[in-house]
Design a protein around this ligand. Structure first.
Ligand SMILES: [Fe+2]
Length: 418
């Protein structure tokens, strides 16, 4: 067998990348498919963006970071889009104010779809013509763009869910069949798993993609600790509510209690009390219990389902009530390899007690992407794991998600430690 020539090697790499590019881009469109043009234009709060904006902004990222810099002779679809769809990159110029993204009835959804097709064609042309040296320069940028788009795929879902939660009709993003008849089953008690502590290695190293904020890998000292093998579920959280959890200041951090008072929090963001006026006749069969609004619309609260849409403050108050605490992000990562650990990803992101800080020796990505993560490392907390809305294969045990402590429109919950 003769070793592959550089040309055939780059050809295979380009073809694999093209397939991956097509799959990720198509998934964004599939997520938007159940939504009307009106749905895709709405912005329900400054933190959430319209679906149409997500579809355009992820395209802008490829256009600006990849095509403008690596595709000779690339012609922009519409130069005005640089202003409209820049999110927060100071180095790339001024931008439309974030809280006003919902005002962009123009460009139309059709125009945004044409924009996506224009950029997709240019990316495919770039992959089709790049030589080995060109590919070596393109691959890291294109890969970052794909992981970036996957992050926005989750935001697309959490943001439209927030918008729908503000609509008295409480529409289902994706209607499911009638809820199954549930027997009064008890969730199995959570088990405490022991970790001996000591010097543990934290962070990403080696092959495979990781964001800059996951490195460098470094040693961290953790004390012996215990962590629960599963997430806190809705049935357990309902006990916290029934025990006056939202009325007892001694359980709350000062800022959390202030949020309870000022925001009127009485339960997780998308829970509906039995007397909620938005509940219609179709929910009459479940009178008397909590209802939970989600991507499938309003459903009876499932006691064994992981509790979701919690702020850090609510997670911390629950842990205090339960006689436990939240794990640090280093404990979470070290414990992720323990036998018996369940529900690490695929349900809810898990708040940790760790502030989102740079690891020792952290260096932001070079060039434009330097603004991707590093400049947000203040005033936020790290979440670990991954949620039901996270694209398949997007996360790792070293993955660091982050949100401000009062954020409660994401799929966020908790796991206890002590
Ligand atoms: Fe972005």
């Amino acid at each position: 067998m003769t070793p592959p020539t550089p040309a055939s090697h780059s050809g295979r790499e380009a073809s694999g990348l093209r397939e991956r590019y097509r799959a990720v881009r198509a998934h964004s469109l599939a997520l938007a498919a159940p939504l009307s043009a009106e749905d895709q234009c709405i912005q329900s709060m400054p933190d959430a963006s319209p679906t149409k904006w997500h579809l355009a902004h992820t395209t802008w990222f490829f256009e600006t970071v990849l095509l403008e810099r690596h595709a000779t002779g690339y012609r922009a679809f519409d130069r005005r889009f640089y202003y409209l769809f820049n999110s927060y990159y100071e180095a790339l110029g001024p931008r439309h104010p974030r809280p006003q993204r919902g005002l962009l009835t123009r460009p139309s959804l059709d125009d945004v779809m044409a924009y996506r097709a224009h950029v997709d064609a240019a990316v495919e042309a770039l992959l089709g013509t790049a030589d080995a040296a060109g590919l070596a320069a393109v691959v890291p940028v294109l890969t970052l763009g794909l992981h970036h788009e996957q992050q926005h795929q989750e935001l697309l879902l959490t943001d439209i869910l927030h918008a729908f939660s503000c609509n008295p009709l409480l529409p289902a993003y994706r209607p499911a069949g009638a809820p199954p008849l549930r027997l009064a089953t008890q969730a199995p008690p959570a088990q405490w798993l022991q970790h001996p502590g000591g010097r543990v290695a934290v962070g990403h190293a080696g092959e495979g993609f990781a964001f800059d904020n996951e490195g460098p890998r470094h040693p961290a000292l953790v004390q012996p600790f215990a962590i629960q093998d599963r997430l806190v579920n809705c049935g357990e959280f309902a006990q916290f509510i029934a025990d006056g959890g939202y009325r007892r200041p001694e359980l709350w951090l000062s800022d959390g209690w202030a949020a309870v008072q000022s925001q009127g929090w009485r339960h997780p963001a998308y829970w509906l009390a039995p007397d909620d006026p938005r509940l219609g006749e179709e929910h009459a069969a479940h009178v008397g219990g909590w209802q939970v609004f989600g991507l499938h619309g309003v459903r009876p609260m499932e006691p064994e389902a992981p509790v979701s849409q919690l702020s850090f403050y609510e997670a911390a108050a629950y842990a205090e009530w339960a006689g436990a605490r939240l794990p640090t992000e280093f404990e979470w990562e070290a414990a992720s390899a323990l036998p018996g650990m369940a529900q690490l990803a695929g349900h809810v992101w898990q708040w940790t007690r760790s502030s989102y800080d740079p690891y020792p020796g952290f260096r932001p990505l070079p060039g434009v992407a330097a603004e991707y993560n590093g400049k947000f490392m203040v005033g936020q907390l790290v979440l670990r794991g991954g949620s039901a809305a996270t694209p398949e294969g997007h996360t790792r045990p070293t993955y660091r998600n982050f949100f401000p402590p009062a954020a409660r429109w994401q799929f966020t919950g908790l796991r206890l430690a002590r």
